[in-house]
Design a protein around this ligand. Structure first.
Ligand SMILES: Nc1ncnc2c1ncn2[C@@H]1O[C@H](COP(=O)(O)OP(=O)(O)OP(=O)(O)O)[C@@H](O)[C@H]1O
Length: 587
């Protein structure tokens, strides 16, 4: 296709003459009239041409068109590296061309627009946008109207914008309202807002397919609408882990060109009911405790996570439990193979080929792939029992600015597996080493008390003695320090109560107790015995249940993203070098 020449001519950029060439996949312009060898060439993949406009056009701070009849303006994606981030920043590139004649100008605009249509078929035309005005620093509205809307306007995307007035409004809208005509849903907010969109879209898709979300054995239908994330929250981890930077312009440009990144989703169930979906972390023990602690200090803003992390670390807790997992079958990679899931990841592509070998009918293939989940014999599950500092399941690396490699650096976004990380009870220094390694490039799994497994399902239950302990603790404490609600709970509990009720009460009790006891800072490392149960942190939400079943659903949703682009690959290429004309992504 590269040799499939479509149009070539002389053009001017300012006073400099260029040779412009449109091939099948690329639009290049190279300086001419220069004797020396390093003539400057700029090469833009056609799929990254954002818009082609007649005249000399500017869009910021507001749209200005000077319609010179021999001129045209091309807007395209321009990359730059971003310090402190894994990926590359995308910016709006703009070049104004002047042609020798109006006829030639019209040919250029016509050919370029046709090429964009052909090579970029998934571009959205109509988007449903939800803005959380209270997310992060409360700048969602400003970010959307000043940064994103002008870009959408430039490329002709029409958007229906809803500024939310309450939590779960976006989710409910997606579950109930008519979504005809929309190509995708955009959330302007943080991870919590993304979670609403995720739940709304998955729920809607299953409703329309007549599928029951409660049973973990049911193969869910992938969502037809793409999700775009414009980061405007205090935690934007999903955006970071799928784009590599937290930057509204970069995210808006990924939406505009219709990038498509499939994403595995973990469904979390309790007692034959769906509890939540997760894309990044389902964590018990340390991560659950940190979230529970941080909820008490919301006034601190994002600092509350650091503070709570320190408090929970110092309280030195571990929890008994039984973890069962279903290992991934025929895995194409392992959690310790040191690979990274980057843009164009071969593991995810091969997983897609395996999942969708012949047919675009994903539903059929999903059924074939996962029917084994329901048929699976108990013997295939691996069971471990003991005392854990934390039990975490993640279906992506879960990298973020504080942990650039993430919870599981070699996890994949779309291979249909999750990584189960078991951190057995250990001494405080050992655990600190484990935590610290998340902030560096050292291998956090290379510790004797840490295990990691690539899995497709996980069950967690309380160890048999633990149920008893939880009950004893509650009974022993009587109703001292309880609120009315707690008392009611305990009175209705008998020894025949389900483990789950005990766990739920234990959790509530633990929280109540914590509120009434002095801060662990005051009594040091050895102050107290671990409470019998922790809580689950599911993508930043506390789950009301302790005993859960998790199942990974391969490529259940698609984001307007392409995975993290490897910035380091681009740094050796300098603009204007002939060698990097085709390969350089930083120009
Ligand atoms: N208008 C609203 N009023 C109150 N809550 C809302 C509103 N719109 C959305 N929410 C809820 O706010 C929560 C947090 O939103 P979001 O993730 O956008 O911001 P955040 O600052 O990153 O959140 P967090 O404080 O959890 O880190 C979401 O769970 C969402 O359900």
């Amino acid at each position: 296709m590269e040799t499939d020449l479509k149009l070539e001519s002389s053009v001017f950029v300012g006073n400099q003459r260029y040779r412009a060439v449109l091939t099948g996949w690329h639009f290049n312009w190279t300086e001419v009239d220069k004797k020396h060898r390093d003539k400057k060439t700029i090469s833009v993949p056609v799929a990254e041409v954002l818009a082609v406009e007649e005249g000399r056009v500017e869009i910021l701070p507001k749209k200005l068109v000077e319609d010179k009849d021999k001129d045209f303006t091309v807007f395209y994606v321009k990359r730059s590296s971003s310090r402190g981030s894994s990926g590359l920043l995308w910016r709006l590139g703009r070049t104004q061309f002047r042609c020798p004649s109006r006829v030639l100008r019209d040919q250029w605009t016509k050919h370029l627009r046709a090429a964009v249509k052909t090579h970029s078929p998934l571009r959205p035309h109509k988007l449903l946008v939800f803005i959380n005005p209270f997310g992060g620093k409360r700048k969602g509205r400003k970010i959307y109207h000043s940064v994103v809307a002008p870009l959408f306007e430039l490329v002709g995307i029409s958007s229906h914008v809803i500024v939310t007035e309450r939590a779960n409004q976006a989710r409910d809208h997606l579950l109930k309202k008519d979504l005809t005509g929309f190509d995708g849903v955009v959330c302007v907010g943080g991870d919590g807002m993304f979670g609403e969109i995720l739940h709304g879209l998955i729920g809607r898709t299953q409703q329309e397919s007549g599928l029951c979300e409660n049973d973990p054995a049911v193969t869910l239908q992938p969502c037809p609408l793409h999700i775009g994330i414009i980061p405007a929250g205090s935690t934007d981890c999903v955006c970071y882990a799928t784009v590599g930077v937290i930057d509204p312009v970069t995210s808006a440009l990924h939406i505009i060109i219709g990038d498509s990144q499939p994403l595995d989703v973990c469904s979390v169930h309790h007692a034959s009911a769906l509890v939540r979906y997760s894309v990044s972390l389902v964590g018990y023990g340390f991560y659950g405790d940190v979230l529970a602690e941080s909820e008490k200090h919301r006034w601190m803003g994002p600092l509350r996570y650091d503070y709570s992390g320190a408090v929970v670390y110092l309280s030195n807790r571990s929890y008994k439990g039984i973890v069962q997992y279903l290992p991934a079958d025929r895995p194409l990679s392992s959690p310790r193979d040191k690979t990274r899931c980057l843009s164009g990841c071969s593991v995810c592509s091969r997983s897609t080929e395996r999942l969708f070998p012949h047919s675009p009918d994903s539903g059929t293939v999903y059924s074939a792939q996962y029917s084994q989940f329901s048929n699976v014999s108990e013997g295939q599950w691996v069971s471990v029992e003991g005392r854990f500092r934390c039990v975490s399941l993640t279906c992506m690396s879960s990298c973020c600015p504080k942990s650039p490699q993430g919870l599981s650096p070699s996890a994949h976004l779309a291979d249909g597996t999750g990584d189960l990380i078991l951190v057995w009870d250990t001494n405080p220094l050992g655990f600190l080493k484990f935590l610290y390694r998340h902030t560096s490039t050292q291998d956090q799994f290379d510790l004797p008390f840490v295990e990691v497994h690539r899995v497709k399902a996980v069950r967690f239950s309380l160890a048999s003695g633990e149920e008893e302990d939880a009950y004893e603790e509650l009974a022993g404490q009587g109703s001292v320090g309880m609120d009315e609600e707690d008392r009611g709970y305990v009175e209705t509990v008998s020894r025949s109560s389900s483990q789950q009720q005990l766990a739920a009460i234990g959790t509530r009790r633990q929280m109540t107790k914590e509120l009434k006891t002095p801060s662990p800072f005051l009594c040091g490392l050895c102050c107290s015995k671990s409470p019998p149960v922790s809580v689950w942190n599911c993508d930043g939400e506390i789950l009301p249940f302790t005993e859960i079943v998790c199942r990974i659903h391969c490529q259940l949703v698609r984001l307007y993203a392409r995975g993290i682009e490897d910035g380091t690959a681009a740094h050796n290429c300098s603009e204007g070098s002939d060698k990097c004309e085709r390969r350089c992504i930083l120009h």
